[in-house]
Design a binder for this molecule. Structure first.
Ligand code: GLN
Length: 230
């Protein structure tokens, strides 16, 4: 199970989101605190973010561990964004080890990360997947169906593969959308913006654990959580 995070709010540096907190994604890449599946997240990482005046997201991914990326560590303090999706990867057994298998995936408009696993044969055929990894096929399906159908798509996939774990996190520059289906997700709502993360990046008591089987939406107006029933 990988770890992911999203941010919607005032622009902040990628370093402040991904590298600097005491239990940042960087630290979670070797010492996650709440991970139930897998022990380290050393099979790649990715950060996607939106910037004013550019219609689609910018994205930086790698198949290396996040701790082995001094160039990213050098640049991350001066890259800032108000809408970010980032992830570190622990590859599911049998899945390809390559940059294009690391989240976030994109259709040029949305960013999408997947924590979990799904039987690839249980998914309907998709076009334009970025990799043969289960998460890329799932991302292509979600993009195809449309993000407004995210909850329905997760329920459909879970019905086809009852053992699937389907924690998804998506962003389009104006909102974050997430699902919890089989793993953890926490939220931190502040005056500066809202973070969603597989696990809290620090011990701030304001972090709230979100219930499993939920659809989560973050807009500039706040956070809403809706039950997803199968
Ligand atoms: N199944 C996906 C992969 O292999 C995601 C794995 C995970 O969440 N650890 O990359």
């Amino acid at each position: 199970m990988c770890r992911h995070l999203g941010w919607l709010g005032r622009p902040r540096s990628l370093a402040s989101l991904v590298l600097e907190p005491p239990s940042s994604l960087l630290v979670q890449s070797w010492a996650p605190r709440r991970q139930r599946y897998g022990t380290v997240n050393a099979d790649g990482w990715g950060v996607g973010f939106f910037t004013p005046g550019r219609p689609g997201p910018a994205r930086w991914r790698s198949a290396r561990p996040l701790w082995a990326e001094p160039s990213f560590a050098s640049v991350a303090p001066v890259l800032a964004s108000g809408c970010v999706v980032a992830a570190v990867r622990s590859a599911t057994v049998g899945m390809p080890l390559e940059e294009s298998a690391a989240a976030p995936f994109t259709d040029g408009r949305w960013l999408l990360s997947h924590n979990g696993r799904v039987e690839r044969g249980a998914l309907p055929p998709v076009r334009d997947a970025e990799s043969t990894v289960d998460s890329a096929l799932l991302a292509a399906l979600v993009f195809d169906r449309g993000l407004d159908a995210l909850g329905a798509t997760v329920r459909e996939v879970a019905a086809a593969d009852p053992a699937a774990r389907l924690n998804l996190l998506a962003a389009d520059g104006t909102r974050l959308l997430a699902t919890t289906w089989g793993d953890t997700l926490s939220a931190l709502v502040t005056a500066e913006g809202t973070a969603l993360a597989s696990e809290p990046w620090d011990d701030d008591p304001a972090w709230a654990d979100l219930p499993d089987r939920s659809l989560v939406e973050v807009t500039p107006d706040g956070l809403t959580v809706t039950a997803l029933t199968s």
